[in-house]
Design a protein around this ligand. Sequence first.
Ligand code: PLP
Length: 389
Amino acid sequence: MQDQVYLDYNATYPILPEALEAVNECARSCFGNPSSVHWAGRKARKALYDSRATIAKTLGVDPGLVIFTGSATESNNLAIRGHFEAFADSHVYFLSKVEHPSIIEAAKNLKRRGADVYLVDVDTKGCLDIHQLKVLLDKHGRENALVSNMFVNNETGVIYPIRKISDIVHSHRMLLHTDAVQAFGKIAFNAKDLDVDYLSISSHKIGGPKGVGSLYVRNKSSLEPFILGGYQEFGLRSGTENVPGIVGFSRAAQITLQKMDQFIEHTSKIKARLLEGVMNLIGGVCINGDSCASVPSTVNMAIDGVDGDALLIGLDLEGIAVSSGSACSSGKLDPSHVLLAMGLSRSLAKSSIRVSFTEKTTMNDVERFLKAFFSVVHRLRFSTTRCKA
Ligand code: PLP
């Protein structure tokens, strides 16, 4: 059997050996409850303190402003719902149409509770309609209302101009949250220079363990917690911290930042070869998202006349893991809301796949993908034609 090829790093990144070692070592030696006063608690508290300092350093912020959570989904919910609870008179939310479901669903929940929610369009390349954002803020903005715009889109890799958005938002005396899950380790940034009020990241997207996330909060009084009862994490997220997970996250963050230049250089070469190979092999393929304003580690493409889920399964049978342009909602596969927002038809959105890679991906992996891609697409197109005949 041929080696398996993993090209779904935007979904999750296998745990780095160094992070795994840090998790195991901490689970063995820092077993105390970090809130306990005695020596065992102090040891766990020190591990937590050091990890917070490391994550804060990688984000360029003060450690006292970093809150650990159970996932970036939780961080996003904490930003949106915590803001709602903190500002009774500013229940107005502006989001791009391509946000992660953890933002969109949290905002929908607030809408049911009386908040006003405005969605901002993207163009056919997935880039934000900044003019529309300004018009919406002029018309419906209110002091301390919240804008949430992701830094890098998880499906297309498109990068959003967060610093520019932050200038616009702050000139309206409003607050900005950014979901930086897919930017962390792929783009050099500093949360202070970005001038954001809240920023979410996730451990398992960078080779840390699953079940750990973080939220940077510029001003802790701009959030009310929704998990109560323990006063951990500055009172903003109760519950005994997952200390081994947090230690593994901080180790992964250190390594990720050290290898970022190599990551960018290598994935740019991988992307160039992948695009060249796909375009030479097969007609009727178009790239979703602005290739120039995107991270080099993600390629999203629509393959005319092919069902993306059938392609995903066909590639899986060849040992190749990618993801499709469909999302599971209420038990059925719906086309991606991101691709629909970019103006793709439902059928073209459902004909799309996402390939995502890292510094670990080899040229041999790309060649394996291209070979399998060609044969599966060919087979699916041929079987569709025969069925129609
Ligand atoms: N935001 C973005 C952009 C993501 O890609 C993801 C994960 O897919 C999340 C949030 C949620 O992250 P987590 O799996 O840590 O909840």
